[in-house]
Design a protein around this ligand. Structure first.
Ligand SMILES: [Zn+2]
Length: 219
C-alpha cells in the first residue's frame, strides 16, 4: 500500500529513496506533529510544485512562545495579548513552522491543502493554497533569521523534493505583492539558493526572469 502511494506521487517503487521513506501520508517524520483542523482537500490532480516561505511571530517580534502553534490549532486565547485582538477569530494554518532554534513543527499533511497563502497568484496560477506547501519561519517582516532556521529549511526542502514534484520556491510577498511582505528583506534567498542549488528549483529571481517581470510583480 505504502509503495503504491509513493509510486503514484513520485517514481517507481524501486526508485524510492531513504529520504522519501521518512514520509507517512504527507507527514514528515522529522517534524513534531501538531495536527490542525484548518485544512481541506486539494483539488484533484493539483500539481504540488511550489514551496511558499512565510514569517510569523505572536505577538510580532516575540519569540519562543506557544502562540503560533495555538493559532494554527484554533487554541489561541485572543485576550492574552492586545495584539491578538487584531486577529481574533482568524482560522489559518501552514504545513510547517520553523522556530528560531530550528525546531520543526508540522500542522497539516502535505497531501492536504493548508490555509496560509490567501488571495495569491504565481507561475500563472491563482489560489496558491491549492498546490503549494507552506513553511512559516518564526520571525518578522524585517528581522534576520537564524542559522538553525536555514539549516532546518534546507533539510525540509530536500525532503520535500524527494516526495513532491516541487519546481518553484517563493515568499508570501511574491505571491501576494502589495498585500503581504513576509518573509521580507531579512530573509536571504541567495543563501537558501546556494544550499539548494542541486535541486534545480526556480527561485523568485529566476521566476521573474522567466516571467519577464520584476521579482515582486507589477501590482
Ligand atoms: Zn505569510
Amino acid at each position: 500500500m505504502w509503495y503504491r502511494e509513493m509510486g503514484k506521487r513520485m517514481t517507481s517503487p524501486t526508485e524510492v529513496s531513504p529520504v522519501a521513506s521518512l514520509w507517512t501520508g504527507g507527514w514528515w517524520h522529522a517534524a513534531r506533529p501538531c495536527p490542525s483542523p484548518n485544512f481541506g482537500a486539494r483539488p484533484a490532480q493539483a500539481p504540488i510544485d511550489l514551496v511558499l516561505v512565510h514569517s510569523i511571530s505572536l505577538p510580532p517580534g516575540e519569540y519562543g512562545g506557544p502562540h503560533v502553534q495555538q493559532l494554527f490549532t484554533n487554541g489561541l486565547d485572543w485576550d492574552a495579548h492586545p495584539y491578538f485582538q487584531s486577529i481574533r477569530g482568524l482560522q489559518v494554518s501552514s504545513h510547517f513552522f520553523v522556530c528560531r532554534k530550528g525546531v520543526l513543527w508540522q500542522f497539516v499533511s502535505c497531501d492536504d491543502r493548508a490555509w496560509h497563502a490567501g488571495l495569491s497568484h504565481y507561475r500563472g496560477r491563482s489560489n496558491c493554497n491549492d498546490d503549494s506547501i507552506g513553511i512559516e519561519l518564526e520571525g518578522t517582516d524585517t528581522d534576520a533569521f537564524t542559522d538553525a532556521q536555514y539549516a532546518c529549511l534546507r533539510q525540509l526542502c530536500e525532503a520535500l523534493a524527494q516526495r513532491y514534484p516541487i519546481r518553484y520556491i517563493a515568499g508570501h510577498e511574491h505571491v501576494a505583492p502589495g498585500r503581504k511582505r513576509d518573509p521580507g528583506p531579512g530573509f536571504s534567498w541567495s543563501r537558501l539558493h546556494a544550499s539548494l542549488s542541486t535541486l534545480g528549483w526556480l527561485f523568485p529571481a529566476d521566476h521573474a526572469q522567466e516571467a519577464g517581470s520584476s521579482p515582486t510583480g507589477s501590482a
